[in-house]
Design a protein around this ligand. Structure first.
Ligand code: GLU
Length: 469
């Protein structure tokens, strides 16, 4: 089989929608699993709605999600001359024609067709007129669509979709100012870019029949089509801002790791048996059209959080740290000093399996991100009483000499608990308060190991002074 070439072709008219991200991901998985090429085309033909900011948002979104594409992004607008060239070629071949009907004439046609109960699809009187008799007047270029028969889209998701050709009018290819229409641009670009598989939202299914007309007229090989069902909100209505964030960037600022996001988006309309949690490598290997659901997918925030948590827990510490630092920057949090960032990196092993988002992770890792003297939360303050003072008084001097290892620290704390005739938990409470100023933290031993001897002892001494009677 020849090489697979796919593309994502977003229109830069706002933020990057989560549906675009899912379409990009499906293309990426399909392609990367087959050693093909995945391309990016910015469909910026609509000059009024397209903005450079929206293009930047798409590029940032792709980068954040780790959806690498081959080569440079292609601008559709910059290829307008080539699109027009194809229309002129069809004109020369007699497969398209100049139509001089005015907008008023077209409206009249429609009005009388409606009144007579006929199809309102415009039938141009210029289709078969001899070009030698053409007037010197403004015209559009229309394609000659087949008048009878059917067009069948062999869709990899929807199955065969049949459209009667008499329901397709002679679509305009070039407007009266000579500019190409979007539908022509898509086909020419896909052909020139060598796209073998068009994987996109099913809001484009109807366009496929019209686009096929252009392929056929040019004698070009059709791509394989796969139209993906919509994404709905939890209530079964089309996903919109009412349901929560629809912009890819918002998910980044909400603190989801890119790997978790990819895993979740892959599950949004595609499945591989009962697998919920998987790696990119598995998804690339497994992804196929057969696993795509025919019906719309529902966005499920709980599931996203769940998978996000699993990916944070499974993440490589060095890579996670980089992602967390990027998240902090994206969310306008204060930058961390190198020392604090290194501390956070050391702490990851004991906090990462307890957080569903990077925001939660930073909360749990607060002990390493604060400096003495610690602010002690009210709940933690309650732990610091006279019993705690005597526990701390027994413990702190011994910390100077103990080997700084999990086993030795555990043995020491157990021994202190025994001396005071209390359980481990009674000792852990005040230690938690002293080491983190919070009551929800990683285990005290982990915190001590991450903080190191000097900082741990200093914090315990600070707390000793704060114990109330
Ligand atoms: N530009 C279209 C969109 O953003 C996609 C067109 C296509 O994939 O063929 O919906």
């Amino acid at each position: 089989m020849s090489q697979v070439v796919t593309r994502i072709a977003p229109s830069p008219t706002g933020y990057m929608h989560i549906g675009t991200a899912r379409t990009a991901l499906f293309n990426w998985l399909y392609t990367r699993g087959r050693g093909g090429q995945f391309l990016l085309r910015i469909e910026d033909t609509d000059r009024e709605r397209s903005t450079p900011e929206a293009t930047d948002a798409i590029l940032r979104g792709m980068e954040w999600l780790g959806l690498d594409y081959d080569g440079e992004a292609v601008s559709q607008f910059e290829r307008a001359d080539r699109h027009a060239e194809v229309a002129h070629h069809l004109l020369n071949e007699g497969k398209a024609y100049k139509c001089f009907s005015t907008p008023e004439e077209i409206q009249e046609f429609r009005d009388s067709a409606r009144a007579e109960g006929r199809s309102t699809l415009f039938q141009s009187p210029w289709r078969d007129v001899d070009p030698n008799t053409h007037p010197d007047a403004p015209y559009v270029v229309r394609i000659k669509s087949p008048e009878t028969g059917v067009t069948v889209i062999h869709d990899q998701v929807q199955g065969d979709v049949t459209i009667k050709n008499d329901q397709l009018d002679d679509m305009v290819l070039l407007r009266s100012d000579g500019t190409p229409v979007y539908m022509l641009a898509v086909v020419v670009d896909d052909y020139d870019m060598g796209i073998t598989h068009v994987i996109r939202g099913d809001d484009h299914l109807n366009n496929a029949a019209r686009q096929m007309m252009i392929y056929n007229a040019m004698g070009w090989k059709l791509p394989v089509y796969a139209h993906l069902p919509l994404i709905l909100g939890e209530d079964g209505k089309k996903l919109s801002k009412r349901h929560g964030a629809t912009s890819v960037e918002d998910y980044q600022t909400m603190g989801y790791p890119a790997a978790g996001m990819r895993n979740y988006l892959a599950r949004l309309g595609w499945s591989h048996g009962d697998d919920e949690f998987f790696t990119d490598e598995q998804a690339k290997e497994w992804f196929d059209f057969g696993g795509i659901n025919k019906s719309a997918a529902r966005f499920d925030f709980k599931k996203l959080q769940n998978l996000s948590g699993q990916h944070i827990a499974a993440g490589d510490d060095a890579a996670l740290l980089q992602e967390i630092l990027a998240y902090r920057e994206k969310s306008d949090m204060a930058p961390l000093s190198d020392e604090m960032a290194a501390g956070l990196g050391r702490a990851l092993y004991c906090v990462k399996d307890r957080a569903k988002t990077f925001g939660e992770l930073i909360d749990i890792a607060r002990f390493i991100l604060v400096q003495r003297p610690l602010e002690i939360e009210e709940k933690a303050q309650k732990q610091l009483n006279s019993v705690s003072r005597s526990i701390l008084e027994t413990l702190t001097p011994q910390l100077h000499n103990v080997t700084w290892s999990r086993e030795a620290l555990e043995a020491l704390i157990n021994q202190v608990a025994e001396t005071h005739e209390v359980g481990f938990g009674k000792v852990a409470g005040p230690l938690r308060a002293a080491l983190a100023g919070q009551s929800v933290t990683p285990s005290v031993i982990d915190m001590m190991l991450v903080l190191g001897r000097d900082e741990s002892v200093a914090r315990l001494n600070d707390a000793k002074a704060q114990c109330h009677d």
